[in-house]
Ligand binder design. Sequence first.
Ligand SMILES: Cc1cc2nc3c(=O)[nH]c(=O)nc-3n(C[C@H](O)[C@H](O)[C@H](O)COP(=O)(O)O)c2cc1C
Length: 189
Amino acid sequence: MSAPKILVFSGSWREGSLNTKLATLAAKRLRAAGGEVRQISLGDYPLPLVDATGFSTTPQVAHDLHAVIDAHDGLYIASPEYNGGYAPALKNALDWASVAKGGPSASGLAGKVVALGGASPGERGAYRGMTQLRTSLELGFGALMVPEMVAIATAHKAFDDAGELVDARNNGFLDKQVARLIKLAALDI
Ligand SMILES: Cc1cc2nc3c(=O)[nH]c(=O)nc-3n(C[C@H](O)[C@H](O)[C@H](O)COP(=O)(O)O)c2cc1C
């Protein structure tokens, strides 16, 4: 069986982003678990705010983003939490990719397996935002979701200088989630 192809990205691409740290570590663990992994920055896919005019005039960047997503079996997304929701820039990018794909609603990520992580300096580790993102990905995009979600609380203290998680429980959650993503992404769903 060939290695499952996993695309990894963060909903934040600012310098020092805690979610990019989590995405980078997830990419490393996914590779170690046998995945063929590519990590991208959504900052390399600059897009205007999406609306329905996008169906008639879709920017090339949206096609590029859809193509890179489509070339993978699974996604690992690390999402910041903003006011209890998830990052609007992330939603914008995913919506554009679905517009570029076309087709019926609830099919933007059909056939893809998605795992979610989130990192925040707060106590809940972006968990509230992830629950909303999860609902949208499942019901709106038609993705198959990995049950485990990794929420890194007090994330500004959660990583060491090598980018590894210092807390054993966080490490355990991430490993369990990564193993499940690899297993599910290898299936023909
Ligand atoms: C507009 C805004 C709203 C925020 N709301 C929340 C929130 O509801 N919960 C939370 O834990 N952190 C919140 N934060 C803090 C972010 O979690 C923090 O800035 C985090 O570092 C962003 O992710 P990043 O490091 O990957 O860029 C908010 C930040 C911004 C800019």
